[in-house]
Ligand binder design. Structure first.
Ligand code: ZN
Length: 447
């Protein structure tokens, strides 16, 4: 029997409240009242708030409350320890895919994705978008969480991504096809399985590239991707494209993709397409740079990451492009979101805060801009800003209670005191950390 996680009405009193806007607006000595349906019903100065008798009172004096983090690019199939390059070859992927889809592999995969989603939540992430799953395990997990059968992050689930034969992500986490019609059909297959996100492999990627220059080289035409966007947008679902070169980004934007994952240096054409994209669902597109996924491969030595010479050479090109892209996007005031590409080598499920830190250290963001990107900004990009992303009356209570002020030091995000997801409290959140990997990342990012 699964138990339904109960909700209760409560008030967080006397908190400093970061609302989630780009200016970093903070309300002093504020009380947030949450009803038993999980919604914020009142936000007001503590001295002027009357809390109904039956509500539980949680004193947050001296603490900061902010919106829960949103990670717009995760994978749940692994925990971030270095991936074996042998498993990233086409043969390795075929074997792994066969195991994962077998009667033995399925329960294993379910256990793994459940544990990884729990880790994300316990690290302060109250919403995730998966972008490339083995099957529809994230769809099932999304529904278990939404029904209250377990506490976890809200999930936008992509299912397998869409690729060309032997393209990026294929065959382990992709549905493949040759023609635009195939792409439209595969999009429908995913939608029929209930996905609420779509992911395209527009170009090759670092992890599974077998030759120099494969990462970033275009794998789909505008027509292929337009076919996908048309079907997804018809269903109101936004489309993400893995794109790691100027040409890959240009084609994906022309097709009407809503978010560019990783990215590369921009030019006047692509800047304009991000701002005004006639084929995107809302008429604009956003960049999700995922610095967390690229930098470890280029900053740590090869013995540590275990990547091949080809992966390293490709990573160097891709990381330079990614850094240039986020810099350009920030200068041009385009929409930039936060995603980390969890499950990739050295991208654990609990280090979303590091991406905010990297946006500040490597891309010129203020801490307020980085927090906004990971909360209200991401909610707008993912089309869920009517539900979450900011501390506002009527929104769902997705909240972090922190010991210090993240606007002064983002590291306080590492250890939230209390996490509230969809109105449900997660008391004493703890995560199992890989201390050796964290120490290496701390050192690499300090230099
Ligand atoms: Zn990814």
């Amino acid at each position: 029997m699964t138990t339904i996680q109960p909700r209760e009405s409560f008030a967080l009193t006397h908190a400093s409240v970061i609302i989630g806007d780009a200016a970093g607006t903070t309300l002093p000595d504020t009380t947030i009242v949450v009803s038993s349906d999980g919604r914020i019903e009142q936000i007001s100065p503590s001295t002027q708030t009357t809390i109904p008798e039956s509500y539980r009172v949680l004193d947050a004096t001296g603490k900061t409350v902010m919106p829960g983090l949103i990670n717009a690019h995760v994978h749940l199939f692994s925990d971030g320890r270095p991936l074996n390059p042998k498993l990233a070859t086409p043969r390795g992927q075929r074997i792994t895919a066969a195991i994962m889809h077998s009667p033995i592999g399925k329960p294993y995969l379910t256990a793994r994705v459940t544990a990884n989603a729990r880790t994300l939540l316990a690290s302060g992430v109250t919403t995730i978008r998966t972008l490339g799953d083995v099957g529809y395990e994230a769809v099932a997990l999304r529904d278990r969480i939404a029904d209250g059968r377990m506490i976890g992050p809200r999930i936008l689930a992509s299912g397998p991504l869409l690729a060309i034969p032997d393209g990026h992500g294929a065959p382990l986490i992709a549905l493949t096809g040759e023609t635009p019609d195939d792409m439209a059909r595969n999009t429908r297959v995913n939608l029929e399985h209930g996905v609420n996100a779509i992911k395209i492999a527009a170009t090759g990627g670092v992890t599974d590239a077998q030759r120099l220059g494969e990462a970033g080289s275009p794998q789909m035409s505008v027509d292929h991707m337009r076919a996908i966007c048309d079907v997804a947008h018809e269903a109101g679902v936004i489309v993400a494209a893995h794109a790691q070169s100027p040409e890959g980004v240009r084609r994906a934007l022309l097709a009407g993709v809503d978010t560019i994952e990783h990215g590369s240096a921009l030019d006047p054409t692509t800047v304009e397409l991000f701002r005004h994209n006639p084929h995107a669902l809302r008429g604009w597109s956003a960049l999700i740079p995922t610095l967390s996924a690229g930098l470890p491969m280029t900053l740590l030595d090869r013995e540590t990451t275990g990547i091949t010479d080809i992966q390293l050479a490709n990573a160097r090109t891709v990381v330079a492009g990614m850094l240039a892209g986020v810099d350009d996007a920030h200068d041009e005031e385009l929409r930039v979101g936060v995603g980390t590409d969890t499950a990739m080598t050295f991208v654990t499920q609990y280090n979303t805060w590091r991406e905010l830190d990297l946006l500040v250290k490597r891309a010129g963001f203020t801490a307020a801009e980085a927090i906004h990107a990971a909360t209200q900004g991401n909610a707008e990009i993912l089309n869920i800003n009517d539900v979450t992303g900011s501390v506002e009356v009527g929104k769902t209570a997705d909240l972090l209670v922190l010991e210090g002020d993240p606007l002064l030091d983002l590291r306080v995000l590492k250890t939230p005191t209390l996490i509230i997801a969809d109105g449900r409290p997660l008391w004493h959140p703890t995560v199992k950390r890989f201390d050796d990997m964290d120490a290496l990342l701390d050192r690499a990012y300090r230099e």
